[in-house]
Design a protein. Structure first.
Length: 378
């Protein structure tokens, strides 16, 4: 990995902007975190997502899908389906509700995760497994139905900036020099081999972000690829809803002066830290989502922002408490209650994670957003 990274830095003239470094670290063919064969998600991996914590999450999302499919018909398309846990729960729940989509398609960039998905979903009942397929690129013909993306936006490469004398300076990654040449066999990178550098003024920051009001040394992130990603999503959705769940905040809260160290985090063997320059290719790198940017890009793409709420409010509105209460026997109900607390409590995932619904041609309100409407904060 490090030899290839060193070559990429050299080809770029001695430094990579952070988005290019993150793209390499996560997606370089055969080397990046999501491209190489490593156990990433679940108890034995680096992090655990809501569908892995409990099927309660997927059952609630399935009920929201049913509501949309009842109007639109058509398919479900999931971006970045992880281990396949969400897809499996949704299909089983919709089968029990007699509300299956025509197809459940998955767009997955990780060959390793695609293999895990195929194994897990191939074990479903044959009538369900037969509805599942994998695609390499977005369909050319707009689809009717539901688009799902759970913890996908946070993995889009981001740029980083630092405030110097009232201006934003773009950050990048360069080689540290000869002193960093020692091999680190445990991480596949090189000990101290990379350093952070300033590359010049930061372009493409949100126009309404007052950098001059931020303290000296303030660090933050922004995603140049977010608007094109949402535009592509908008071109894919003909009639229906896109449901995006991730950790993040509206812009005013995300770039608050008190959040002076930014939100970039790395996940390595269930340990969270803030140094992206170690364990390159072996750790996940993420940053919180600017949901104001999501909403702005959605409007530009001709979509309606039909709802924005916390994960806790979404799941409560979609019946998670009823799911727990009707679980039997009591030992299973207690286990489900513990899982629900992880999904709902503010100190866990309940407030940090948000859900946003983007729709086209869908007039009726979505039940998942009936309990709490935070669109005014966007």
């Amino acid at each position: 990995m490090f030899a290839a990274l060193r070559a990429a830095i050299g080809a770029a003239g001695g430094a990579l902007d952070f988005a290019a470094f993150m793209q390499f670290a996560l997606y370089a063919p055969g080397l990046g975190y999501y491209s190489a064969g490593a156990h990433k998600i679940g108890p034995g991996g680096d992090f655990t997502t809501a569908p892995e914590i409990s099927p309660l999450f997927g059952r609630c999302i399935a009920r929201q899908c049913r509501e949309v499919l009842a109007v639109t018909g058509g398919n479900i398309l999931e971006f970045g389906a992880g281990t396949g846990a969400l897809a499996a729960t949704i299909l089983e729940t919709l089968a029990a509700l007699d509300a299956l989509p025509e197809r459940y398609e998955i767009l997955e960039v990780s060959a390793d995760l695609r293999a895990r998905q195929q194994q897990r979903l191939g074990a479903l009942a044959p009538a369900l497994a037969a509805r599942v397929g994998w695609i390499e690129r977005l369909p050319e013909t707009p689809l009717s139905g539901v688009l799902l993306a759970n913890e996908v936006l946070d993995a889009l490469p981001c740029e980083r900036f630092v405030v110097r004398a009232g201006s934003a300076r773009r950050l990048g990654v360069a080689l540290a020099g000869a002193q960093g040449a020692a091999s680190d066999a445990a991480s596949g990178a090189a000990v101290g081999a990379l350093r952070e550098v300033e590359l010049g003024d930061a372009p493409a920051l949100p126009a309404d972000l007052d950098v001059a009001a931020l303290p000296e040394g303030y660090r933050g992130e922004y995603r140049p690829l977010l608007a094109p990603w949402i535009a592509a999503l908008g071109a894919t959705l003909g009639h229906g809803a896109a449901l995006l769940c991730d950790y993040g905040l509206p812009r005013a809260a995300l770039y608050h002066p008190d959040r002076r160290d930014g939100t970039l985090r790395c996940h390595f063997r269930h340990r969270v830290h803030d140094d992206p320059l170690v364990h390159v290719g072996l750790q996940d790198i993420t940053a919180w989502v600017d949901f104001t940017a999501v909403a702005e890009a959605a409007v530009d793409a001709g979509l309606e922002v039909a709802g924005f709420t916390t994960q806790a409010a979404l799941l409560l509105a979609l019946g998670i408490e009823r799911d727990v209460a009707t679980t039997t026997p009591e030992s299973a109900r207690l286990a489900r209650a513990a899982e629900a607390r992880r999904l709902l409590m503010p100190a866990e995932m309940g407030e940090t994670f948000k859900a946003i619904a983007l729709t086209r041609g869908l007039e009726q309100p979505l039940s998942g957003f009936a309990l709490q409407d935070l669109r005014r904060q966007l």
